[in-house]
Design a protein around this ligand. Sequence first.
Ligand code: G
Ligand code: MN
Length: 259
Amino acid sequence: MSGKFSFESALQEALDKNEFQLYFQPKININPNQIIGLEALLRWQHHQFGIVSPQQMLPLIEDKGFIIQLSDWIVSTACVQARKWQQAGYSNLNVSVNVSARQFRQPDFAKNINHALEASQLDSQCLELEFSESLAMQDPEYTLQTIKTLKNLGIKITIDNFGTGYSSLRYLQRFGVDHIKIDQTVIQNVNINSWDASLVVAMIELAKNLNFEVIAQGVETKEQYSFLKKHGCDKMQGYYFCAPMPIDSTSQFLKDFDS
Ligand code: G
Ligand code: MN
């Protein structure tokens, strides 16, 4: 995959050819044992390059402003798919979508989200938006206003990759976020590094005191799972439970989980 020019023309072709797909990764509550939602994650199945991750493609797309078009597609597709699962019997299923920087700064951002909800007929309570900590804190006054609008629509908010940026606790509280999601780089160190272990315990405590729910991302091992459980973090996501999956496997996962 060399050269920016060919990569970008490949992106345009990908949109035209419907090569973008959403994968879904469950978020699990361990007590009681239930699926609390599915995070929609973008994958690009290229006919020549194979699966291309967002990390590889997003910087290029951001450059081109391509991300706006793609972001709208992600939100709409995630809402439509969540509604389908609800109609198939998982009536309370929640879906979450990651918000990109370019998308967030669009003046029509909240309006576009609302449009996707209306078009899919998904209840706004069933949609959660994930903002990375660094994005949320870039211009916190702007974030505050935007989150207010989204929350008035009934949408839930997660601060993603928590522990990697610089959060103002005052703003976190003013945002009125529903979840903070502890970043996987922190979780993956809990049994290796006592500083990270203390950090996770402090974050769990902080969330409790400020009335957010806390979820741990990137849980990969039994040891990490046990550590989190012991310290009262019941919501988790990661390869320990399952990797992001295409739609068919997600449907199967939902079915197996129920039985
Ligand atoms: O931007 P965000 O933090 O939402 O991205 C999550 C990314 O982490 C996804 O691309 C997903 O594939 C990946 N991921 C999910 N679970 C795990 C895990 O247990 N370990 C690792 N290393 N990555 C994970
Ligand atoms: Mn996320």
